[in-house]
Design a protein around this ligand. Structure first.
Ligand SMILES: [Zn+2]
Length: 354
């Protein structure tokens, strides 16, 4: 329950504030300069994101360089985003899964050596994936390390998987930008939605990915419509003890990638007038939200609207992103901005529960 019936002070948030290295650009190699930029912004805790163009965890020299720089510059590595796609981790055949399990364990080993205590892993719903997790959990036994499974649109299946594996070292990371309710909306944009979703996964939660959401996710805090007062209030209510880790993408305004543009042109050129008319009847905002009211699934108009919606969303994603400096500054400025907006008053929910 909330200490003293209040929300958060800026100092309390700062004491747990962290950022993902994706703010330093996943397409670029992580360097001492990137770490220095985060430090200059005032950040002290980092999640390192594995990816050969960014953090080449298979290159011992790069691992040594980054671990050394973090130590020297005063950045604590609190977590690691383990490889995004581990081929065959969910395969049916145990022999086919074995190299994938080994890959995750090798990645965990590097994270442990760098001081991280949590490793984020994207989940899948196959039987093979559960079996792989059980093998990983057995090997983690006794190590000060937890694998945290990250939700996509739905939170419940991740909880079921965590429950099925039944290991204290396989838990959950909640990504507030990915979740969608039954209507397709992000529950963390409203107070009741945020409280309900966080209470639902309270007992499995070891880590969070925070970012703002408006049409697309991974935006800097306060750039979208996330109900931050409710998210932080609920985290306090459920007794969450982990870092407040912001996963904000960086990038620069861009046009739709060439390949997608060509595909879309071809699609529009070959569609019949009737299809174009039908697909064109869907409001712009509905398309952006992945909805196609009035169109029948399986029809050419429905397919065209789906592709148009995807392209529009991609344009938004590419153009709403912050630069590295903006992303780091927005994360570092979150504690003060949170208190400026919401104060340290008792939130209604906290008073009721406390
Ligand atoms: Zn995430």
């Amino acid at each position: 329950m909330a200490a003293g019936g209040k929300t958060w002070t800026a100092a309390e948030i700062t004491g747990r504030l962290g950022f993902s290295s994706i703010a330093l650009d996943m397409q670029r190699r992580l360097t001492a300069e990137g770490i220095a930029a985060a430090r200059r912004a005032g950040l002290e805790r980092m999640e390192i994101s594995y990816g050969s163009a960014h953090f080449d965890w298979r290159d011992p020299a790069h691992v040594r360089e980054i671990a050394g720089e973090c130590g020297k510059q005063g950045i604590a590595l609190v977590s690691a985003h383990l490889p995004y796609h581990v081929k065959d981790l969910g395969a049916e055949d145990p022999a086919q899964r074995a190299p994938a399990v080994r890959e995750v364990l090798d990645a965990v080993q590097i994270a442990c050596e760098m001081g991280a205590r949590v490793g984020v892993l994207h989940w899948s719903g196959t039987e093979g994936y559960r079996a792989s997790l059980e093998q990983i959990a057995a090997r983690l036994d006794g190590l000060p390390f937890t694998v945290a499974l990250e939700n996509g649109a739905r939170i419940a299946p991740v909880q079921e998987l965590v429950r099925a594996v039944g290991s204290p070292q396989v838990r959950m990371v909640l990504d507030i930008g990915h979740a969608r309710d039954k209507a397709g909306d992000n529950p963390f944009c409203t107070e009741p939605g945020a409280y309900a979703a966080l209470r639902e996964c309270a007992d499995q939660l070891v880590h969070v990915h925070l970012h703002d959401f408006h049409l697309t996710d991974h935006l800097p805090p306060f750039a979208g419509t996330i109900a931050w007062d409710a998210v932080l209030g609920a985290l306090r209510d459920i007794g969450y003890r982990g870092p407040l880790l912001f996963e904000v993408h960086c990038g620069h305004p861009q046009a739709l990638p060439e390949r997608q543009r060509t595909e879309l042109h071809a699609l529009l050129a070959t569609a019949s007038d009737e299809t174009l008319h039908e697909a064109g009847s869907v409001p712009f905002l509905a398309l952006l939200r992945g909805r196609r009211p009035g169109l029948t699934p399986g029809t050419p108009a429905h397919a065209l609207a789906t592709d148009l919606g995807r392209a529009l969303k991609e344009v938004c994603r590419l153009n709403l992103r912050a630069t590295t400096e903006q992303a780091l500054a927005a994360v570092a400025g979150f504690p003060a901005e949170f208190v400026r907006r919401y104060g340290t008053h008792a939130s209604p929910r906290t008073v009721r529960s406390g």
